[in-house]
Design a protein around this ligand. Sequence first.
Ligand SMILES: [Zn+2]
Length: 473
Amino acid sequence: MILTVWLEIHVKLKTPTKLFCPCPNSQNDDDEPMTHICPICTWQPGALPALQPDAVTQAIRLWHVLHAIINPCSQRDRKSYFYPDLPMGYQITQFWEPILKQGSISYFLDANYTQTKTSSIKEAHLETDTGKMIHIGNKTYIDYNRAGTPLIEIVTWPDFSSADEVLAFLKHLQKILQRNDISDADMEKGQMRVDVNISVRKNDTDPLGTRVEYKNINSFRAIGRAITYEYELQSSALTEGTSWDQCTKRWDDLSGTASVLRSKENALDYRYQPEPDLPPLVLDTATIAQQKHNLVDLYEIITCMKDIRWLHKEYINLLLIDRASYVYAKELIDQGYEPKTVLKRMAGPLAAWANTHHATPWTTPISPAMLAQFIDFIKEKKLSDSLAKPLLDQRCAWWSRESLIATLPQSKTIDYTQLCHDIISSFPDQVAQFRSGKESVIMFLVWQGMKLSQWWADATILKEHLITILRAS
Ligand SMILES: [Zn+2]
C-alpha cells in the first residue's frame, strides 16, 4: 500500500501588529482576553482594513528561505463561513493569487545529516487568524485578541510517503522559521498548526486515493500517530475492497483515535470572492531585495559543514542552537576563516560557557574579533594550540576583568634556550630532582616556563628544549 501525504501549515507570523489594524500581535497565550482589539479586528460597522507592512516583510523573508516565486501583484479574497470565533463572517485570505508560489525545502531525514530530501511547496498565502473559543464548564467564551493576527499558510504538494518524512520536513521548517525570526512556531502555543491530508492507494500507478484531512494537529507526536492510524484504516479498507468518503477528521491524541468533523467540502462551500476593501498587494523589486539580508539557510549551512569530514554532528548542532550562534560563526567565516577552525573554537569553551549560563556563544565575553585574534595567534605560532583552550576558558571565567589578550605582549619570538636557562636558575630544587632521576618534575618546570613566557611559548617545543639542556649539562 502506498501512502501519500500533503500538508497545509498555518504559521503565526512574528510582527508587532495585526494584519489589517495596529492592534498588538501578542505572542503570549495568557494576555487578558479582549485587550488587543479595535473596531477593525472585531469588524464593527463602517470599519475598513488597512494593511500593516510587517507581515508582508515576513512573507518576503519566507520567500527567500523557501526558494519560491514571489507574486509581484497578489490579491486578497474573502473566504466566507460562519463561526463565533470569526467576527467578520469571513476570513481575508489569498485564494486565486497567493503571495508565494512554487517553492521547495531541502532537509535531512536523519539526525546524522546523511540522507536528504527536497519537498515542493505549492504556494503560501497571507491571511488573518480567527479569535479563540474557550470552553469552561458548560459555557463557551470568546477572546478576539487573536482575531486578525497574521498567518501564513504554507501548502505543499503531495510529496511525502511516510510519517518520518513528514516529521523531518516539519521539524526543519520549524527551525527555519525560528532561526529567521519569522515565527516562534511553538506548536504547543498554536503558533504552528498543521492540517494533514492522507491518501492511500494500492499501486504507484493508481491515481491518488480519496483523501482524508486531519485538521489543526499541534504536536509532532500527534501528527506521526494520526498518519499511522489513517494509513492503517485506509489500507484495510482497500484490502477489504470497501471505499470511504472524503472528509475532515479531528485527531484525539489521548484516545489515539479520530472522529469525523465534517464530510466533503470544497472551494464552492466557502464562496470565495475578491476582497473589495483592499487593493492588490504590489511588491517592487527593491522592497523584495532589501529583505534578503541576514537570512539563514539551514540546509546550506549543514551541507557546507558536512563537507568537513571530521566535523561531527555536535558541531553542526552548535550552529543550529539559535540564529545568533550562526551569525557569530558567519562573521568570522565571511572574513575568510576556515569554518572548521571557527567551529572548533566555538564548540569548546564558548559553547560550554553558553551552556552553563543558559546563553549563546554570541553573548560570551569572547567577541568574534577576539576569537579571530586567538585563531591568528595560533596560526602564527604565537600561542600554542594546547593553551588556547585554557586561555579561552579563563577569559570566559573572568567575565568582568580586562581582556586577557590585551595584557599579553603584542608579538613575541621565543628564545627557547634563554627561556630554559631562566627556568633552571629560577627553580634549582626541581632541576636537582630531575637530574637525580625524578623526571616527572619536568611538567612543573614546563608550566613555570609557560608562565615566564607569558603563555607565548609552545609547551611541546619548550619541553624538548628543556630536557635536552638538562641532560647535556
Ligand atoms: Zn484591531
